[in-house]
Design a protein around this ligand. Structure first.
Ligand code: C2E
Ligand code: MG
Ligand code: MG
Ligand code: MG
Length: 278
């Protein structure tokens, strides 16, 4: 805690920083506690084919319910978990939950459905990531080809031997790769061309911006064209309206995810969702 203590001293002169540090320590302690108990859980959001609304995949998303019953969104606790190294355990927890659910769904006849899991740069750069991943996938009994890791542009674009080798090892395992929130970071198109990934995810901000009049000139449209040129699949996230789905379809997008089809759901609710569509 030397670092926190030092930060605390620094913050003596800056009340805003002190309360930020306190908040971080509080979140981190709560998070550790949640990981040991049952405060952390995973929700699953459907991904569908735009053409026929068939279920093609699920994205696993982390949730934290605190003891007072409030749910803290991942955007708030993941940065804290990353700074502290706790993300490593959180990440493996999500992977285990996701892989075992997928093995179960496949065994129950939902063949071909894939499972997408977010992996942050900090997790990805951990030297034990690959071996742990192999172990988790192996133990779950699922086929690695149906696991998709969602990585950020910053990992995808990192030109280091370690990242290149790790991505290569994933490919050898058969794991699929998606570049998440594409267009919000700094991608180098020349490098993107070299990268062996399967799917681009259009960020929900660009889906929100879609309008009938300017569809062709939209960022979503440009991302779809890049995907097509590179021979990659493109999935839109954050699809909330039928109008957005229609425009995306017209622009050549074939896959979508969003509240229009289903919210991120705990397992029991996901089963009800599956049943209601059967
Ligand atoms: P993301 O990977 O881009 O996930 C998509 C986010 O959009 C999710 O937010 C999802 O709930 C939300 N979303 C889906 N459909 C709609 C829609 O139609 N409208 C709107 N407004 N939002 C929609 P969520 O679950 O709060 O997660 C936020 C971010 O936190 C994720 O963004 C991801 O970067 C990160 N995250 C979540 N779970 C994990 C995890 O297990 N590991 C890591 N490393 N990051 C995670
Ligand atoms: Mg994602
Ligand atoms: Mg995304
Ligand atoms: Mg996003």
């Amino acid at each position: 805690y030397a670092k926190t203590y030092q930060r605390g001293q620094l913050a003596w002169y800056d009340p805003a920083l002190t309360s930020q540090t306190h908040e971080r320590v509080r979140l981190l302690n709560g998070l550790r506690h949640a990981l040991q108990g049952d405060g952390l859980y995973v929700v699953f959001q459907p991904q569908v084919s735009l053409e026929d609304q068939r279920l093609i995949g699920l994205e696993a998303l982390m949730r934290w319910r605190t003891e007072d019953g409030s749910v803290i969104p991942p955007d708030r606790f993941i940065p804290v978990a990353e700074q502290s190294g706790l993300i490593r355990e959180l990440g493996f927890f999500v992977l285990r939950e996701a892989c075992s659910l997928l093995a179960r769904l496949h065994a129950e006849g939902h063949a071909g459905v894939r499972m997408a899991v977010n992996v942050s740069a900090v997790q990805f750069r951990n030297p034990s990531f690959l071996s742990e991943l192999r172990q988790i996938v192996g133990a779950s009994g699922m086929d690695a080809h149906y696991l998709e890791l969602e990585i950020t542009e910053s990992i995808a674009m990192e030109d280091s031997a370690y990242v290149r080798e790790a991505l290569e090892a994933l490919r050898t395992m058969g794991v699929q790769l998606a570049v998440d929130d594409f267009g919000t970071g700094y991608s180098c198109l020349a490098q993107l061309k070299q990268l062996a990934f399967n799917r681009l995810k259009i960020d929900k901000a660009f889906v929100h911006d879609l309008s009938e009049e300017e569809a062709d000139a939209s960022i979503a449209g440009v991302v779809i064209q890049i995907g097509q040129r590179l021979g990659k699949e493109v999935i839109a996230e954050g699809v909330e309206t039928e109008a957005q789905a229609q425009i995306l379809g017209r622009l050549g997008c074939r896959e979508a995810q969003g509240y229009l089809y289903g919210r991120p759901m705990p397992v029991a609710e996901l089963y009800r969702w599956l049943k209601s569509r059967a």
